[in-house]
Write a protein that binds this ligand. Structure first.
Ligand SMILES: Nc1nc2c(ncn2[C@@H]2O[C@H](COP(=O)(O)OP(=O)(O)OP(=O)(O)O)[C@@H](O)[C@H]2O)c(=O)[nH]1
Ligand SMILES: [Mg+2]
Length: 97
């Protein structure tokens, strides 16, 4: 029943026309079937709860932009992927992600 959220990639960017910093973080969510990966992904990216979700075929993706409060413009982009069942992160990286 264990669900894992693994950080695959982290990168920071400075933007020429702003003082702030931008960050991109890529995560993969893995677990056995029907543990709640899609529910977590949709809740985080869309603030919805799926009452009767269908199983994931292949890979599902989602992303979310967060602007951190403060004097400088700091934007964090979360890119998330979930795979149908427990699989090594390499299986998705191999697919070009
Ligand atoms: N009560 C409750 N049920 C949840 C929660 N998260 C998921 N579920 C239920 O668990 C079941 C499976 O949820 P999914 O999000 O489809 O799980 P999944 O891991 O993406 O499934 P696969 O893609 O088929 O591997 C569904 O019936 C959900 O409604 C939760 O936080 N609370
Ligand atoms: Mg799913």
């Amino acid at each position: 029943m264990r669900l894992q959220v693994v950080l695959l990639h982290f990168q920071s960017f400075s933007t020429p026309d702003e003082d702030g910093q931008h960050y991109v973080l890529k995560f993969i969510i893995t677990s056995d079937a029907a543990v709640g990966k899609s529910s977590l992904l949709v809740r985080l990216t869309d603030r919805r709860f799926l009452a009767t979700p269908d199983p994931t075929l292949g890979v599902e993706f989602g992303s979310k932009l967060i602007t951190l409060p403060g004097p400088e413009s700091t934007v964090v982009k979360l890119q998330l992927a979930q795979r149908a069942c427990a699989a090594s992160p390499g299986a998705i990286i191999g697919g070009g992600w």
